[in-house]
Design a protein around this ligand. Structure first.
Ligand SMILES: *Cc1c(COP(=O)(O)O)cnc(C)c1O
Length: 376
């Protein structure tokens, strides 16, 4: 396809409504913020914005951790940073696997030379706390125990309080993937006792893809400094990055300036709304979309004990093939929902109501499209 024909195609698209597993819709205010003139990464104006972003992130994470900032990269870069800073070859990593993103954690830790103990559960359920504790009792010297809070591939939520309470008395670091939970439901890093928590900006935070907020507890940060051999990743090494984040302001890599503008504006929007109101909004629309879809014959995929609000996984009425209807929804109605990954490819829809997309109008548009396509 030539450049000009690509331009014509893109220009003629009907506007998209992003109701998949991410990215989520970006508000006009956040989009406009990205268009501000680019500053240098050592400009005092930019550094003030960076500090403000980090302080607001502490609020959303529920932490006073000094080492709290956005990694340059998407959620997966946050995952990689969480693991690569504390794992050394030969370390044991216990990982709860309840879907695609838990599996990704095991793959990364394996590449880092860790001995991975995967505690798996059938897709659609949350890994049981007893089985994770049992794995830890077998491997008490494990460097870390990692779980995915909101498993976007299945719509399952793993509670954190139970594991936090257990791990409080152990040296094993508690690592949490909050890519799809942060900004959409409480995470409470300090209260729960999470050591490393990372997220992404394009899900419930409502900014653009490209940054991965992360926070390290003092003991996780200490571990990053006292490891025997340096982290195999230079780019994600927090013992280097912190010299830029902190008072020294030493250049490490160029911060993606305009993405920071977007994140800053999204966090301002979030603060104006208030965390509680935002969580309630996500919970309310998550309940409504489930009721509406189930009443139209969509079949719940996720176990009722652990359903997320912001991500609803359903099989289609009559368990029909999901892909043709999903393609029509996009083509004819401009609405994007997600299909299934891995073992549930072709079987489920993943409907995300996240950030700026978590509103009744999104549900109304989705239902109008679905009703027309299903002929009801
Ligand atoms: C989206 C997601 C990721 C990966 O984020 P990217 O921004 O696609 O790199 C990791 N974990 C979970 C739970 C996610 O939903």
């Amino acid at each position: 396809m030539s450049v000009s024909s690509l331009e014509i195609t893109v220009g003629s698209l009907i506007p998209r409504l992003l109701l998949g597993p991410g990215p989520s819709p970006v508000s006009p205010r956040v989009l406009q913020a990205t268009a501000r003139p680019t500053l240098g990464h050592l400009d005092p104006q930019f550094l003030a914005l960076l500090d403000d972003v980090n302080e607001r992130l502490r609020g959303v994470f529920g932490t006073r951790n000094q080492l709290t900032f956005p990694i340059s990269g998407t959620g997966s870069a946050g995952m990689e940073a969480a693991l690569v800073n504390v794992l050394e070859p030969g370390d044991t990593a216990i990982i709860g696997v309840q879907g695609f993103f838990g599996e990704r954690m095991t793959k990364m830790a394996t590449r880092m030379g860790a001995k991975v103990v995967a505690v798996e559960v059938e897709w659609g359920k949350a890994v049981e706390v007893d089985r994770l504790i049992e794995a830890h009792k077998k491997h008490p010297a494990a460097r870390l125990l990692g779980v995915v809070h909101a498993e976007t591939s299945t719509g399952a939520c793993r509670s954190l309080e139970d594991l936090g309470a257990y791990l409080r008395d152990h040296d094993t670091l508690f690592v949490v993937d909050a890519v799809t939970s942060l900004g959409g439901m409480p995470v409470e890093v300090d209260q729960i006792g999470i050591d490393i928590c990372y997220s992404g900006t394009q899900k419930c935070i409502g900014a653009l893809p490209g940054l991965a907020p992360i926070t390290f507890s003092p003991r996780a940060s200490k571990r990053a400094h006292t490891r025997k051999i340096p982290s195999t990743s230079w780019y994600l090494d927090v013992s280097l990055i912190e010299n830029y984040i902190g008072a020294e302001r030493r250049y490490h890599h160029t911060a993606p300036i305009n993405l920071f503008y977007a994140l800053h504006e999204a966090l301002r929007e979030l603060d104006e709304e208030g965390l509680q109101a935002r969580y309630e909004r996500h919970a309310r629309v998550g309940t409504r979309v489930k009721e509406e879809l189930y009443s139209r014959g969509f079949i719940p995929f996720t176990d009722p004990s652990c359903r997320l609000a912001q991500l609803t996984a359903v099989e289609l009425p009559g368990r029909r093939d999901e892909a043709p209807l999903r393609a029509q929804l996009l083509e004819l109605h401009g609405i994007e929902v997600g299909g299934g990954l891995g073992p549930v490819k072709g079987k489920i829809w993943r409907v995300g109501l996240m950030g700026h997309g978590a509103h009744d109008e999104s549900i109304d548009r989705l239902l109008a499209g679905v009703d027309q396509l299903l002929g009801s």
